[in-house]
Ligand binder design. Structure first.
Ligand code: NAI
Length: 273
């Protein structure tokens, strides 16, 4: 294992809810690799308490912030800057939620207020985090910003509903803000398109476990775990990926480029006969 990839780097990690969260694993890896950072989550997630254990393990603080609120983000950045002593080098956006998916509303029967909520929480919040960072000149040169996406941004999946559009918006924001922030300050912005992962957000999707097994069977390397995703995120925060920006990077064991696997065909044939 490499050591101290993030030595001297400071950042903010959003979205750690419990130990299954991609953000939780990222915090542990970032700490292991020498980074200093603050944790943040929506005030409601904070009341659930588990994040306090993570803060202790990472020797840091938690600053509550609703990522849909510009005022909360401003306060988050001010407090993070004070605690960490200066501008930051990395931001992780690991936030997603769709009320329609959560409440099992069909794609042909969406509640449009909830659609707006899904876009705001899962995608527009990313733009807000970037815009507030720009206005406050909060990120150092060659800083790195990563958000988590899913392949339903490019391909149709029957169960992903309005989160598909939310992820398409998220990836578009990474490209467009990547162009702007790269030119302005050499800040790089990417999304990672992750395998299905057994987390609270993932498991909230109808039929998730069956699809998880299917994706695992399709991918030549199997599904990528939250821990493996955390390791990839750390490389993107490190100086070894300085020229990567505006990309949607698949971290999925090869799923995105596989047509079909022999195992899936065999399974289908066995099932039919
Ligand atoms: P998770 O449920 O552990 O994390 C989602 C986080 O979003 C939670 O910590 C939640 O409190 C936070 N959140 C929700 N509303 C918020 C708000 N208004 N302000 C601030 N934070 C808020 O689940 P997971 O899977 O770690 O999700 C992280 C990211 O990874 C999400 O963007 C998700 O869509 C993405 N992703 C997940 C996959 C999966 O199968 N689990 C696959 C591909 C991407």
């Amino acid at each position: 294992m490499p050591e101290n990839l993030l030595k001297g780097k400071k950042g903010i990690i959003t979205g750690a809810l419990d130990e299954n969260s991609i953000a939780w694993q990222t915090a542990l890896k970032a700490k292991e690799q020498g980074a200093r950072f603050v944790l943040t989550n929506a005030p409601i997630a904070m009341r659930m308490g588990a994040i306090k254990e993570l803060a202790e393990a990472c020797d840091t603080i938690i600053i509550p912030a609703d990522a849909t609120s510009v005022e909360d983000i401003e306060k988050l950045y001010d407090e993070a800057k004070e605690y960490l002593g200066g501008n930051l080098d990395f931001l992780l956006h690991s936030i997603g939620m769709s009320p329609n998916v959560r409440k099992g509303r069909e794609y042909g029967d969406l509640n449009y207020e909830w659609v707006q909520k899904a876009y705001d929480v899962s995608a527009i919040s990313f733009h807000k985090m970037l815009q507030v960072a720009e206005k406050k000149d909060f990120l150092n040169e060659w800083g790195s910003v990563v958000a988590l996406s899913y392949i339903a941004a490019q391909r149709a999946f029957p169960f992903y509903s309005d989160m598909s559009e939310a992820k398409a918006i998220l990836e578009s924001i990474a490209r467009n803000y990547g162009l702007r922030y790269g030119k302005m300050k050499k800040v790089r912005i990417n999304t990672i398109s992750q395998s299905p992962t057994k987390t609270t957000a993932g498991s909230g999707i109808d039929g998730f476990n069956d699809f998880f097994d299917y994706a695992d069977m399709v991918s030549p390397l199997g599904n990528a775990s939250a821990e493996a995703c955390a390791e990839y995120i750390v490389t993107l925060f490190s100086d070894f990926t300085r020229m990567v920006t505006m990309q949607n990077l698949f971290h999925d064991g090869g799923y995105s480029y596989t047509g079909i696997s022999q195992e899936v065909i065999d399974n289908f044939v066995n099932h039919r006969s």
